[in-house]
Design a protein around this ligand. Sequence first.
Ligand SMILES: [Zn+2]
Length: 261
Amino acid sequence: MGHSATRLAKTRLETSALLVSRHPLGEADLIVRFFTETVGMVATVARNARRSAKRFGALEPMHLLQVEIDCSPVRELGTLTEARIERARIGLTSRLATMEAAGQALRWLRRAAPNRSAEPQLWYEVNMLLDRLDHLAVAQDAVHDRAHDRVHDGSQDNETATLLAATGLRLLSASGWGLELECCVRCRKPCPERSRSILDVAAGGIVCRDCGGRGDVLSAAERLAFLDSAAGTGTSLNPFARRVIDFVEQAFEIHGRGDAT
Ligand SMILES: [Zn+2]
C-alpha cells in the first residue's frame, strides 16, 4: 500500500459552522472562513463558488450552517466540499439593525478566536446572540403587523444594542480579556460602591485615583449594570448599551488578533 498516500491523507470534517468572511480567489473561487463548532476558525477554498451559485447553495453569514471540509495536513486552507443551512435565521437577516449588530459580533469573534482551536464558550455566546436577534426581529414584526404601524420607534434598536453589549462583555471574558470592574487593576483596592470610578480599557479595567486612573468615568450605576450583565440578557445595561459597545470595541482592538478582515 502507498505510504505516501497515507501520510498525506485528507481528513473529512463535518461540523456546524458560521460563515465569518468570504473573499474572491482568482476567477472562479472563494476563500471562505468559517467559525466551526468542532475546530474553531478555519479557512477554506470554495472551488467554482463564483461560477455557479448552485455549487454551494448556502455560503451566507448569520444562518447556522452544516459544512464538510477536506483538511490536508500539509495545507493551511481546507477544501470546502459541502455547505447547507442547518437553521435559517430569516428574522435576523430581514432587518438592518439586527444585521448590523450581528455583523459587529462576528467582527469581535474574528478578533477573539484563534485558528483551528475549538472555542465552545465563544461558539455558544455567538450562536445564542444570533438566535436572540432572530427571535427579536420576528417578535417585533408580529407586533408591528398587528398595529399596522411600521413606524420606527427606536426601542427596537435599544433592545438590539443591549443584547449586543451583554454578549460583547461575555465574549471578552471568554477570550481572557474581561474587564476588571470590582477593584483597581493595579492595587486591587475594591471600587467604592456608591461613587464614580475610572475605566481604563487599555489597562484592563478600573484604575483608582491613587494609581493615577485616567480614562472614562463610570457612574456607580453603570459599573453595577456592567457587572450584572455577566449573565443573561443584560437588561440592566439597557440605558448604557451604546457605551458598553464602545468599550468592548476598544478592548477587542487592543487585544485582538490581526486577521480580523
Ligand atoms: Zn489602585
